[in-house]
Design a protein around this ligand. Sequence first.
Ligand code: ADP
Ligand code: MG
Length: 447
Amino acid sequence: MSCSSSSSASEDEDEGFDSYRKGGYHAVRVGDSFSGGRYIAQRKLGWGEFSTVWLAYDTRSSEYVALKIQKSAPQFAQAALHEIEVLSAIANGDSSNSKYVVRLIDHFKHAGPNGQHLCMVLEFLGDSLLRLVKYNRYKGLEMNKVREICKCVLTGLDYLHRGLGIIHTDLKLENILLLSTINATKDPIRSGMTPILERPEGNPNGGVTMNIIEKKLKQRARRAAARISGRRASMGGVGGTPKSNRSLDGIDLRCKVVDFGNACWADKQFAEEIQTRQYRSPEVILQSGYSFSADMWSFACIAFELATGEMMFTPKGGQGFNEDEDHLAMMMELLGKIPRKIAIGGARSKDYFDRHGDLKRIRRLKYGSLDKLLVDKFRFSEIDAHEFTEFLGPLLDFEPEKRPTAEQCLQHPWLNVKNLKKTEMKSESGVEKVNVGMSKLQIKVGR
Ligand code: ADP
Ligand code: MG
């Protein structure tokens, strides 16, 4: 187990049929039943490299659940057993289910043509934060909304770290799910969906294979249509009009941390290379050992992405240097030079740094700063940029031990300031009423 990547049903790519073979995914059809008839598959919610995840109806509790069906080969079964162990510890320690971490309801084995699959039954959750950012057309979210999301994630992390000694190791937008869907009609509860209790008739081929073929055809048609309308747009016709802004007001932004396939106990680690590239911390790149603070680095990357709509680091590698070196260079350009003792202190340090602590192959760095980037590129107000940087900066300390813990972050003034929107400014123009509760309080207009 190491760096993972996952996606979901409505993203452009699907899981492909190659992996529907012995040792791979289990092909599911709408109406299929699991665990002696207790769970009935309704529709696919998403997929990862190890599993497909289906919306299912639990006939015992009369509730909708997410059914995660693991690939069947031994290494995937092993990984699922580990995930079940972690999820069980999480559920056992949080009897009130109030910690913003996904809840395991049940688990069982399911035998199919491709082998025996471990299945996890999880509480049903909504769209990922990646979908939310996409829905918002990759524009930064309002600061109050970023704060709201950060509070949930930090509460979840504090529980995992301090309460259980667990490091998630793969925090990213895809692995944080809203409690509900962005679009209410997609939420089985809010939309009042009637559960499917048996396999619909008249679809002999049915199932996942047909779904994928149909989807592929639709995708091709969509691409062809986009090419045509693109051509039209470049000829001065319609189709090139910029999309209008979308409002996120009314969307429940409470969210939970999911995907514990790569999680570990701080005192029982198995992978040296953890985290998805863009969210990877310097100590992991340099192999200097990691702990809970590696999650805090990824958390900072997530907060930045929510606030700006763009990833903080997207290293690529180039001529004469690789992705790791590009990544380290980008970190230094934004956050300052890595202190020598840190730079040369990891098992991989010699590959990248000389004995002075300078990168061997990328010599000229263009130093900037986080608050300047927020103002110049992302058009933050000076004050927003300054306050956000005060919150984020310490989380991006190159020295992992110096990064604040999730518990400390929850106390940070930035999380408790409230930016007033123009409309709120008007309705509260009596001003004394403004209840913000922080000392260096500023009344300001949201971005
Ligand atoms: P993997 O370990 O294979 O990467 P994940 O746990 O990340 O699997 O799940 C894959 C995808 O399935 C997620 O990105 C998400 O879209 C969807 N998903 C996972 N868990 C849930 C859940 N509890 N509720 C709704 N959708 C879920
Ligand atoms: Mg995943």
